[in-house]
Design a protein around this ligand. Structure first.
Ligand code: CTP
Ligand code: ZN
Length: 150
Protein backbone atom coordinates (compact mmCIF):
# COMPACT_ATOMS: atom_id res chain seq x y z
CA UNK A 1 0.00 0.00 0.00
CA UNK A 2 1.19 3.47 -0.87
CA UNK A 3 1.91 5.25 2.41
CA UNK A 4 2.17 8.78 1.15
CA UNK A 5 -0.38 10.81 -0.78
CA UNK A 6 0.65 14.17 -2.12
CA UNK A 7 -1.76 17.09 -2.41
CA UNK A 8 -3.39 16.82 -5.80
CA UNK A 9 -2.72 19.22 -8.63
CA UNK A 10 -5.72 21.40 -9.41
CA UNK A 11 -7.34 21.99 -12.78
CA UNK A 12 -8.42 25.62 -12.46
CA UNK A 13 -7.90 28.01 -9.59
CA UNK A 14 -5.19 29.47 -7.40
CA UNK A 15 -2.23 28.00 -5.55
CA UNK A 16 -0.57 30.14 -2.89
CA UNK A 17 2.89 28.72 -2.34
CA UNK A 18 5.94 29.55 -0.20
CA UNK A 19 3.93 30.68 2.81
CA UNK A 20 5.89 30.65 6.09
CA UNK A 21 4.47 27.50 7.67
CA UNK A 22 3.12 29.24 10.76
CA UNK A 23 1.26 31.86 8.68
CA UNK A 24 -0.65 29.35 6.54
CA UNK A 25 -3.90 29.28 8.50
CA UNK A 26 -3.91 33.05 8.68
CA UNK A 27 -3.58 33.27 4.90
CA UNK A 28 -6.55 30.91 4.50
CA UNK A 29 -8.45 32.99 7.03
CA UNK A 30 -8.16 36.29 5.18
CA UNK A 31 -9.40 34.85 1.89
CA UNK A 32 -13.08 34.92 1.16
CA UNK A 33 -13.66 31.19 0.87
CA UNK A 34 -17.37 31.14 1.60
CA UNK A 35 -19.31 29.72 -1.30
CA UNK A 36 -16.31 28.11 -3.01
CA UNK A 37 -17.58 24.87 -4.50
CA UNK A 38 -14.24 23.41 -5.54
CA UNK A 39 -11.75 21.60 -3.34
CA UNK A 40 -9.73 23.73 -0.92
CA UNK A 41 -6.49 22.18 0.34
CA UNK A 42 -4.42 23.67 3.12
CA UNK A 43 -1.07 22.15 4.02
CA UNK A 44 1.51 23.19 6.60
CA UNK A 45 4.93 21.92 7.62
CA UNK A 46 5.83 20.83 4.12
CA UNK A 47 9.54 20.46 3.49
CA UNK A 48 10.94 23.15 1.25
CA UNK A 49 14.48 23.29 -0.12
CA UNK A 50 14.65 27.05 0.26
CA UNK A 51 12.47 27.77 3.28
CA UNK A 52 12.90 24.80 5.61
CA UNK A 53 9.20 24.43 6.27
CA UNK A 54 6.47 26.01 4.19
CA UNK A 55 2.72 26.13 3.83
CA UNK A 56 0.48 25.95 0.79
CA UNK A 57 -3.15 26.84 0.05
CA UNK A 58 -4.87 25.49 -3.07
CA UNK A 59 -8.30 26.71 -4.06
CA UNK A 60 -10.12 25.23 -7.03
CA UNK A 61 -12.36 27.61 -8.87
CA UNK A 62 -11.27 30.89 -7.32
CA UNK A 63 -9.34 33.91 -8.55
CA UNK A 64 -7.92 36.27 -5.95
CA UNK A 65 -8.75 39.96 -5.86
CA UNK A 66 -5.94 42.55 -5.77
CA UNK A 67 -6.96 43.26 -2.20
CA UNK A 68 -6.55 39.60 -1.24
CA UNK A 69 -3.10 39.43 -2.90
CA UNK A 70 -2.03 42.57 -1.01
CA UNK A 71 -3.25 41.11 2.27
CA UNK A 72 -1.27 37.94 1.64
CA UNK A 73 1.84 40.09 1.08
CA UNK A 74 1.47 41.57 4.56
CA UNK A 75 1.34 38.12 6.19
CA UNK A 76 3.55 36.15 3.81
CA UNK A 77 5.94 38.57 2.04
CA UNK A 78 7.64 35.81 0.04
CA UNK A 79 4.54 33.97 -1.09
CA UNK A 80 3.97 33.08 -4.73
CA UNK A 81 0.45 33.18 -6.16
CA UNK A 82 0.05 30.74 -9.06
CA UNK A 83 -2.95 31.02 -11.37
CA UNK A 84 -3.79 27.57 -12.72
CA UNK A 85 -5.64 27.09 -16.00
CA UNK A 86 -6.37 23.63 -17.30
CA UNK A 87 -3.64 22.15 -15.04
CA UNK A 88 -0.99 24.60 -16.28
CA UNK A 89 0.58 27.44 -14.30
CA UNK A 90 -0.75 30.34 -16.37
CA UNK A 91 0.70 33.10 -14.23
CA UNK A 92 3.08 33.28 -11.28
CA UNK A 93 2.83 36.39 -9.13
CA UNK A 94 5.40 37.26 -6.47
CA UNK A 95 3.38 39.16 -3.92
CA UNK A 96 4.62 42.64 -3.08
CA UNK A 97 3.77 44.99 -0.27
CA UNK A 98 2.17 48.05 -1.91
CA UNK A 99 3.47 51.57 -1.13
CA UNK A 100 -0.01 52.63 -0.07
CA UNK A 101 -2.28 50.21 1.76
CA UNK A 102 -5.97 50.91 1.34
CA UNK A 103 -8.67 49.35 3.48
CA UNK A 104 -6.94 46.19 4.63
CA UNK A 105 -5.43 47.19 7.97
CA UNK A 106 -6.78 48.87 11.10
CA UNK A 107 -5.42 51.94 12.83
CA UNK A 108 -4.28 51.15 16.38
CA UNK A 109 -5.10 54.67 17.58
CA UNK A 110 -8.56 54.56 19.22
CA UNK A 111 -8.96 58.30 18.68
CA UNK A 112 -8.22 58.12 14.97
CA UNK A 113 -11.07 59.35 12.79
CA UNK A 114 -11.13 56.06 10.89
CA UNK A 115 -12.16 54.25 14.07
CA UNK A 116 -14.98 56.69 14.63
CA UNK A 117 -16.40 57.33 11.19
CA UNK A 118 -17.31 55.29 8.16
CA UNK A 119 -14.22 55.97 6.08
CA UNK A 120 -11.73 53.63 4.46
CA UNK A 121 -8.36 53.26 6.09
CA UNK A 122 -5.23 54.37 4.29
CA UNK A 123 -1.62 53.80 5.29
CA UNK A 124 1.74 54.68 3.80
CA UNK A 125 4.41 52.01 3.91
CA UNK A 126 7.53 53.54 5.50
CA UNK A 127 9.48 50.29 5.54
CA UNK A 128 8.71 46.89 4.06
CA UNK A 129 10.89 44.62 6.16
CA UNK A 130 10.29 44.89 9.03
CA UNK A 131 6.93 46.34 8.11
CA UNK A 132 6.31 49.90 9.31
CA UNK A 133 3.34 51.99 8.22
CA UNK A 134 1.93 55.45 8.89
CA UNK A 135 -1.79 56.27 9.09
CA UNK A 136 -2.85 58.87 6.52
CA UNK A 137 -5.42 60.33 8.93
CA UNK A 138 -3.79 60.51 12.38
CA UNK A 139 -0.17 60.04 11.26
CA UNK A 140 0.45 57.33 13.83
CA UNK A 141 3.36 55.03 12.97
CA UNK A 142 2.73 51.32 13.45
CA UNK A 143 5.18 48.40 13.49
CA UNK A 144 4.39 44.82 12.52
CA UNK A 145 3.29 44.02 16.12
CA UNK A 146 0.72 46.83 16.11
CA UNK A 147 -0.76 45.93 12.75
CA UNK A 148 -3.99 43.99 12.57
CA UNK A 149 -6.00 43.22 9.50
CA UNK A 150 -9.53 44.47 8.97
N1 CTP B 1 0.22 23.25 -8.87
C1 CTP B 1 -1.03 22.67 -8.64
N2 CTP B 1 -1.81 22.27 -9.69
C2 CTP B 1 -1.38 22.42 -10.96
C3 CTP B 1 -0.12 23.02 -11.22
C4 CTP B 1 0.66 23.43 -10.14
O1 CTP B 1 -1.43 22.51 -7.50
N3 CTP B 1 -2.17 22.00 -11.94
C5 CTP B 1 1.02 23.74 -7.72
C6 CTP B 1 2.35 23.04 -7.56
O2 CTP B 1 2.18 21.92 -6.71
C7 CTP B 1 3.19 24.09 -6.88
C8 CTP B 1 2.62 25.41 -7.43
O3 CTP B 1 1.33 25.09 -7.95
O4 CTP B 1 2.99 24.08 -5.49
C9 CTP B 1 3.47 26.03 -8.50
O5 CTP B 1 3.67 25.10 -9.53
P1 CTP B 1 5.03 25.09 -10.36
O6 CTP B 1 5.32 26.45 -10.86
O7 CTP B 1 4.91 23.99 -11.36
O8 CTP B 1 6.04 24.61 -9.23
P2 CTP B 1 7.51 25.15 -8.92
O9 CTP B 1 8.30 25.25 -10.16
O10 CTP B 1 8.03 24.31 -7.80
O11 CTP B 1 7.20 26.61 -8.37
P3 CTP B 1 8.25 27.71 -7.84
O12 CTP B 1 9.26 27.92 -8.91
O13 CTP B 1 7.37 28.93 -7.62
O14 CTP B 1 8.80 27.16 -6.55
ZN1 ZN C 1 -5.04 56.58 12.36
Amino acid sequence: MKKELSISAIKDGTVIDHIPSNATLKVADILDLKGIRGIISIATNLTSKTMGKKGLVKISGKDLTKEEVDKIALIAPNATVNIINNYNVKKKIKVTIPLVINKIIKCSNPNCIINNEEISTKFYVLNKDPLKVKCHYCERNMDKEDISLL
